[in-house]
Ligand binder design. Sequence first.
Ligand SMILES: [Zn+2]
Length: 207
Amino acid sequence: MIKCQKCGWEISWGRNVKFCPNCGAPIPAPTISSGIRVAAFIILLILCISVTAIGASIKIEVSEARSLSHEVESLENAVRSIGFQAIFGNNFMHALIMFAPIVGPIWGFSVLYNTGKVIAAISIVNELDPRLNMLVLFFFPFTWMEYISYALAISESIFLTYSIIKRNFREEFTTASKLVVLCSIILLIAALIEFYVISLLESSLKI
Ligand SMILES: [Zn+2]
């Protein structure tokens, strides 16, 4: 139920009313509560990690593992020559698409499933346990920061889709814009940390 702020008339939630049927005062469109936003974010964070874990635990052929790890090597070379901007650019591009209404969750889950497959591929090539490899990744803050950004983006995509149905897109778009800025900051810091960790690991391996 929503109450008219002027006369207190009660209007049921499902109805898309713009004006109070009793006194004619404008009724603000129903907003998504912060409780629902937090709950959606937590559920999506769990889902994002689970989808990666599923990708990592699926058995792949050694030949596919080799070609997948070659792809990672070319990405690593890009990081080496361009710097942290390559990590940020790649992650932020994916996050932006995850914000898109309707397609966001599909894109997000397929990207994260493939991330899991890449983890499996690297593990197979290096004869390591993929589950252990994935666990190690979550010891680093940048992994959490990236997954937090993706969960924020996918949950916002769902709210944007909902707002289009409820014809309340403009207000939700403001929220989405703020979240895009927040994600860009989180992903930028994450990329800097990740680049620093990679350089540390590489220099220690050379010695
Ligand atoms: Zn009223």
